[in-house]
Design a protein around this ligand. Structure first.
Ligand code: UDP
Length: 236
């Protein structure tokens, strides 16, 4: 299958076009904050608990709160049923998600506390770490966790010899490179930068530019989702 034909991608998108994204803030009643997000073929639920006393006590940091993100792929989220439970990949994604969030949350305000973020991937079609971070950020804001900015994440990469925004499953599998990033959109501070595959230095610059532009578009949707929830709340 050709990944790029007449300037169009396998799903008909242009090179700098995002997949359709839908964000809902606060769909869960019992979590302190939550977010449901659909991004192309990805479906993600994120829930936040805390800040609360970190347990066991030896994990407490007397200077700041710790962020414990847990990324999990449901076994039914992929075509080859995934073996349930944590694996190397989910541990890695949990770690990079915690680190991205830690850099924007005012962790110094909550010494000895932990803030738990659970990310459940219900349906997966590439870019689930970006979808997870984007949903976790909205869930954190919904929980009222003080943050310097609302982080947002998006990937760009190379498929069909072209630098493209937001790779879909087939592009991720058959393409040449994938560069997921997360930023704090007010300052464009980079909170996450990974790369899988091969690109030239110029292509990396181009991909970063595309991904940052994509992040800004998604940041608007995050804000809209939060405003919609709190507007409805006020009306009630
Ligand atoms: N994937 C899968 N089984 C797995 C892990 C991943 O089918 O155990 C698929 C899934 O669609 C995922 C994609 O491969 O979204 C790309 O995975 P990657 O590790 O690059 O992370 P992602 O792009 O989802 O952040």
């Amino acid at each position: 299958m050709e990944l790029m034909k007449d300037g169009k991608r396998t799903d008909g998108r242009k090179r700098d076009e995002l997949r359709p994204i839908k964000i809902e803030a606060g769909p869960l009643y019992r979590a302190n904050g939550s977010c449901y997000l659909e991004w192309g073929g990805n479906k993600v639920m994120a829930a936040v608990y805390g800040p609360k006393e970190a347990i066991p006590r030896h994990i407490q940091d007397p200077r700041k709160a710790i962020i414990e993100a847990k990324y999990n792929m449901a076994s039914f989220s992929v075509s080859d049923r995934k073996r349930p439970g944590p694996d190397r990949r989910s541990r890695e994604i949990s770690k990079i998600t915690s680190e991205a969030l830690e850099n924007v949350v005012l962790v110094e305000m909550f010494p000895r506390a932990s803030i738990e973020v659970e990310i459940e991937i219900l349906d997966a079609d590439a870019g689930t770490r970006c979808a997870g971070i984007t949903a976790a950020a909205v869930a954190m804001a919904d929980a009222g966790i003080p943050m310097r900015d609302i982080p947002v994440s998006c990937a760009a990469g190379k498929a069909g010899d072209t630098v493209v925004l937001d790779l879909v499953g087939t592009e991720d599998m058959k393409g040449q490179a994938d560069v997921p990033i997360a930023i704090a959109p007010r300052t464009d501070d980079i909170l996450l930068l990974q790369m899988d595959g091969h690109m030239t230095a110029e292509e990396i610059d181009e991909a970063l530019e595309l991904a940052i532009h994509g992040c800004h578009q998604i940041a608007e949707m995050q804000k809209e989702a939060l405003m919609t929830k709190y507007k409805t709340f006020e009306e009630e």
